[in-house]
Write a protein that binds this ligand. Structure first.
Ligand code: XMP
Length: 319
């Protein structure tokens, strides 16, 4: 009968069979899918795997360190930390249109990934954390008319461009099965249960122009908000929660002084698949306490709002 331990061994055998002595490159984001893919491949082929973690400078607080520590130090996986924040933030200077942001980040991501991958000798395979629903979706949506609301940046076409063959060990699994496999592989719950995080990262949570100052303020506010959610035991009830920093300053009063700082919006939604979503009904007490903490602890923010838009008509992200 079927068990996750059995599946794990079967997947490892299949990877060894497919890959042989060749070298495999894996793009690691720190999300569940790429994390499980990397750990599974490492179990199957050890040092024949090199992971590339592209750091675009649009990650959350401590995120890069957490990923590097987990995969390099804990799992002993060969990992390239491609710190390219200068490049990304430089190219994004003055860019305010959401789709231009996405396309810029997507293009640079591919360039950067390719640059690092080219340094890996004898690479023959590219590993991707494609899930079963992704396989189905790309089949059923092809051909038909479609409306693009947001162009998700993906690395489609990359393997052909680089002359690499694909390894997709999660192709038969649904999300909950990937989580179970992650658990089986010893991936900590803090990684397995993580809220989804978009490829363009904080860029699409910073409407208008992206500056280092705004990103720093956003990181701090987001960290306080997520800390509040965890402390109140709400993290696992929520599909996704984050702060967006608004491109507007508002007047406030603190002590005997006037402040003129950024406003931010808190977002939290419940959802099954991200296609539709409802705003999370926090208590007024939670919201008030969180607003007070953010304003007291984060220099640069003096006003906190809560986004009560469901999807549709809103989208989950602000851009
Ligand atoms: P929206 O904002 O479209 O988000 O309601 C639905 C889900 O998709 C994520 N999202 C993205 N993921 N690249 C990604 O990889 C993107 O450009 C992108 N835009 C939105 C969003 O975080 C949510 O989980």
């Amino acid at each position: 009968d079927w068990t996750m331990a059995g599946y794990r061994q079967q997947a490892i055998d299949a990877i060894r069979e497919q890959v042989g002595d060749a070298h495999v490159i894996c793009g690691l984001s720190g999300g569940v899918d790429s994390s499980v893919t990397a750990i599974l491949l490492h179990e199957a082929i050890g040092d024949q795997l090199t992971c590339v973690f592209v750091d675009h400078g649009l990650l959350r607080m401590n995120e890069a360190d957490e990923v590097v520590t987990m995969f390099r130090d804990h799992y002993n996986i060969k990992l390239i930390h491609a710190d390219e924040s200068e490049l990304f933030l430089g190219e994004l200077e003055g860019v305010t249109d959401p789709e231009v942001k996405r396309k810029t980040i997507g293009r640079l991501f591919i360039d950067v990934f390719q640059k690092y991958a080219n340094q890996i000798e004898d690479a023959e395979f590219l590993a991707q954390g494609t899930l079963y629903p992704d396989v189905i979706e790309s089949v059923s949506f092809s051909g038909g008319p479609s409306v693009t609301i947001k162009s998700h940046h993906n690395v489609g076409g990359l393997p052909e461009k680089m002359g690499l063959k694909l390894v997709e060990p999660l192709r038969e699994l649904f999300k909950d099965e990937v989580r179970a496999l992650g658990h089986e592989l010893g991936l900590p719950a803090s990684f397995i249960g993580r809220h989804p995080f978009p490829g363009p990262g904080l860029a699409i949570r910073c409407p208008g122009e992206i500056t280092r100052d705004k990103l720093e303020i956003l990181r701090k506010a987001d960290a306080v908000y997520i800390d509040q959610i965890r402390k109140h035991g709400l993290y696992d009830e929520i599909w996704q929660a984050f702060v967006a920093i608004l491109p507007v300053r508002t007047v406030g009063v603190m002590g005997d002084g006037r402040t003129y700082d950024y406003a931010c919006a808190l977002r939290a939604v419940t959802s099954v698949d991200g296609m539709t979503a409802d705003y999370y009904p926090f208590s007024h007490e939670f919201l008030g306490e969180t607003a007070t903490r953010i304003i007291n602890e984060v220099k640069g923010i003096n006003r906190v709002t809560y986004d009560i838009t469901s999807k549709p008509p809103g989208t989950i992200e602000w851009e």
